[in-house]
Design a protein around this ligand. Structure first.
Ligand SMILES: [Zn+2]
Length: 88
């Protein structure tokens, strides 16, 4: 059986996407900066163990989330939900 193709993002339908905010620490100055991501992006990245790019607005700085930062993001999002999505 073939899985149906899911197109995302759907270009014709617009709906407010749930987002998650969490504090990240700027690698340049150590300030806590709030980062906002769509929940779907974070969940996909955590399930597939992909990299997440974090951003600190104070220094316009992008960097890849470390393992520790990924763990913190998991806790913000709710790890049980993510584990439930993970293939056995
Ligand atoms: Zn900074």
């Amino acid at each position: 059986m073939k899985e149906p193709t899911i197109r995302f993002p759907e270009p014709t339908i617009r709906f407010p996407e749930p987002t998650i905010r969490f504090p990240v620490t700027c690698p340049k100055c150590g300030n806590d900066a709030l980062t906002v991501f769509p929940v779907a992006v974070i969940a996909t990245a955590l399930i597939e163990v992909a990299n997440i790019r974090l951003y600190a607005s104070c220094h316009n700085q992008w960097w890849d989330a470390s393992k520790v930062e990924l763990e913190q993001i998991r806790e913000y999002l709710g790890a049980p939900w993510i584990d439930a999505q993970r293939p056995a």
